[in-house]
Design a protein around this ligand. Sequence first.
Ligand SMILES: [Zn+2]
Length: 331
Amino acid sequence: MRAKSVPLLLLLLMVAVGCQALLGAGCQAATRKAAGGAKAPEALRQLTAPDLSPPARLSPANAAPALPERLRGIIRRVALPAGDKRLALTFDLCERAVHVTGFDAALVDALRHDGAKATFFAGGKWMRSHPEATQSLMADPRFELANHGWTHANMAVTRGQKRVDQVLWTSAQAELLREELDARRVREGKPALGPRPLTLFRLPYGRGGAEAVAAINALGLAVIQWDVVGEGFGGSVEARAQAIAQAARPGSIVLLHANQVPRDTAALVRALLPLLRQRGFATATVGELLAAGEPETVSDGYFSVPGDNSIYDDMFEDGGTGGRARKSPGR
Ligand SMILES: [Zn+2]
């Protein structure tokens, strides 16, 4: 696995931006619409002070069941039986304590239009900021919702109860929104979806070693990384889509973002889906891949090569949830 088409530092910064939510033109428009203090689920904005408030429920009433031994460790891809050419498109919804990020509704529309399946790794605070978007993803049988930490903490540097809270607060927030969604569905005469504990976790910044992963696994969540960095290629949308399609293998897990940064992910996915089909691939959720094959694991999280993300241990304050630390490289 190589990232030759994009220098490593650029790749890291791209993903940092994806998780940092810088103001963009479209987002400024969304912010303007929300002027007057109204809640703005589409806005992408820095907060005047970090939001460290916990969710209304601190631990899910329906906890994830014990994790099977075969799903322990850091899963980068799944070895599927011969002839099974499915892969998983995954989209992170990152949100740190210092900002509120966006929601790429056009991207989700593109997936729905194509009938594609996808897994969304949502931050707990992001879900609280985007209740309607979260419930829309929950209600779609082609989509799978998963856990991306409460405020995007770097699990390699966050320890003890804070680390546990990043996981449990997120699962509890998802449960609250699912209960609210079900209550609404029942009022509308639709069947309730029922409880569904989150069972998959994605390490923010891809950071976390054996000890952090064991702690997350002990809460019943499998740790899911990727073997294709979807935003790690350069060139036009078409060229990047081609690069992803060429890098993908059966059982691949492709990393992308759905929080409006980068802003052309919807176009990228629109270009990618027919290319995958041409190559004989079908989409599946990560859970479906894990049910069909054997996970391939590593002992430490990384983007493309081991150690390529250790830069994040010093990049943001407060365990990764705050502003940029002074030691941060670049801007
Ligand atoms: Zn993230």
